[in-house]
Design a binder for this molecule. Structure first.
Ligand code: PEP
Length: 261
């Protein structure tokens, strides 16, 4: 069990990079990213690229995440890849990304099963939560975050919650170049930590990591990572540029030193 909240920088490559391209890109990143004990760098390639990348991965620098994973372990679910199959390959699984919630209509019931399946298979969930623009404008942000957290972490023990990662990703900030102000981001992440405390207790709230995600770039990464309740960033677009991602990783290292991790 971790005794501090190591800063995490996670790259969500989404449905980009063919297998060979993903491997080449991983090697380019490897050259630009230094080994940092107090920063955890996580790469989330597509399912096809995961396996070959896992064979060549420099484990001193990177850990792998899947971008999703099915909740039943085996059976007649054509087209799916289960958490049981991912068990040997990844440390983490991104669950409930807004693409999954909004483009594939994944419900909180389904996401709760995916969270449980990940944990059952020794994979740590990176659970994404966040409000749409419409919900923010209607002052429903807290309501949405509460609903997502309470439903998606149903039947999770306090100990399991304490190793989980929650990514606060306002839907309106993903891939748009728009971001919340630091105050808005901190307020939402503090609310998330308070929800974790109310639902799963003090220890879980103390150790669970909360990431910010949504248009993170080299020039704003520090602003978010400095925030009291922020333990790192989940990066989409900028993670496909090795210089930008390496720069964000370097910022994370400075923040980790500043926070004395
Ligand atoms: C994401 O897809 O999780 C994300 C945060 O994307 P972007 O950084 O491009 O906004």
């Amino acid at each position: 069990m971790r005794h501090n909240r190591t800063v995490m920088v996670a790259a969500n490559w989404k449905m980009n990079l063919k297998v060979g391209e993903a491997s080449r890109f991983m090697h380019r990143l490897e050259e630009k990213i230094a080994i940092r004990q107090n920063v955890e760098c996580v790469l989330a390639p597509n399912f096809l690229a995961l396996q070959p990348i896992s064979v060549n991965l420099d484990r001193r620098k990177f850990r792998l995440a899947s971008q999703d994973g099915f909740y039943n372990d085996f059976g007649a679910y054509t087209g799916e890849v289960s958490m049981a199959m991912l068990h040997d390959i990844v440390h983490y699984s991104i669950i409930g990304h807004s693409d999954r919630r909004h483009k594939f209509n994944e419900s909180d019931d389904v996401l709760a099963k995916k969270v449980q399946a990940a944990i059952r298979n020794d994979i740590i969930p990176i659970l994404c939560v966040g409000e749409t623009l419409q919900e923010r404008l209607a002052n429903e942000t807290h309501h949405v975050l509460h609903r997502q957290l309470s439903s998606d972490t149903l039947n999770i023990t306090s100990r399991e919650m304490s190793v989980m990662v929650i990514a606060y990703e306002p839907v309106w900030a993903i891939g748009t170049g728009k971001t919340p102000t630091p105050e808005e981001a901190q307020e939402a992440m503090a609310f998330i930590r308070k929800q974790i405390k109310d639902l799963h207790g003090d220890r879980a709230a103390k150790y669970a990591r909360i990431l910010y995600g949504g248009s993170v770039k080299p020039d704003n990464a520090r602003t978010f990572m400095e925030l009291k309740d922020c333990d790192g960033v989940l990066v989409g677009g900028a993670s496909l540029d090795s210089d930008q991602f390496a720069s964000i990783h370097n910022t994370a290292y400075k923040i980790a030193q500043m926070k004395d991790l």
